[in-house]
Design a protein around this ligand. Structure first.
Ligand SMILES: [Mg+2]
Length: 194
């Protein structure tokens, strides 16, 4: 049987709409309410008047309350991944804390999200470093963190970046495509690989 081609995807911001949950927990920790448009950097403590300690506390609370297993899906994510899984194997690469693995797998199973593998990168590591270690080739990747997306795109992998306030930038990167929805990703991928 012919091996399926592989598509890689991020988890937070791509499969799950994690930002509202994260802001809710930041509010629990700090008492301050923030809005999506204020999240102009990937690291919340770099764009909000909060500390890294607040962020770590929010993460800890999220783990304790099993929140990684019950987030909202990004619109179109499930339908598109199901359609893509007919022709591709799906590999998820996430920078979530490794402690969230079982909750994350529970989420994927509960929602019937197809995936062949899920990888958690070590804190401080870069996704492209991990991708380069894989014994297989990734045809395309979907990501919302700007520096990860740029690194993957510059390695020659077609990369789609869902547009968010935290990844806006000036200038263009070869192979990096800013998109507004999973619908656009699906249309482009079916044009590329059909
Ligand atoms: Mg993400």
């Amino acid at each position: 049987m012919e091996q399926k081609k592989i598509i890689g995807t991020d988890f937070d911001g791509i499969i799950t709409d994690t930002d509202p949950v994260f802001r809710e927990y930041i509010k629990r920790v700090t008492g301050k309410q923030f809005y999506r448009e204020q999240i102009t950097k990937y690291f919340y403590e770099e764009c909000l008047p909060i500390t890294k300690d607040d962020v770590d506390k929010a993460y800890q609370l999220m783990l304790e309350e099993n929140v990684w297993s019950r987030m909202e899906l990004v619109k179109g994510a499930k339908e598109t991944l199901l359609a893509l899984a007919e022709d591709f194997d799906i590999v998820i690469i996430t920078a979530r804390p490794a402690d969230a693995r079982s909750q994350s797998e529970e989420f994927l199973q509960k929602h019937g999200i197809p995936f062949k593998e899920i990888h958690f990168i070590r804190e401080g590591n870069n996704k492209i470093n991990l991708i380069k270690e894989f014994p297989f080739k990734i045809e395309a990747f979907i990501e919302d963190r700007l520096d990860f997306a740029r690194g993957i795109a510059l390695s020659g992998i077609k990369t789609y970046m869902l547009d968010y306030p935290w990844n806006r930038c000036s200038g263009e990167t070869d192979n990096l495509y800013r998109v507004n929805s999973w619908k656009e990703i699906k249309e482009s991928l079916s044009g590329t690989f059909s």
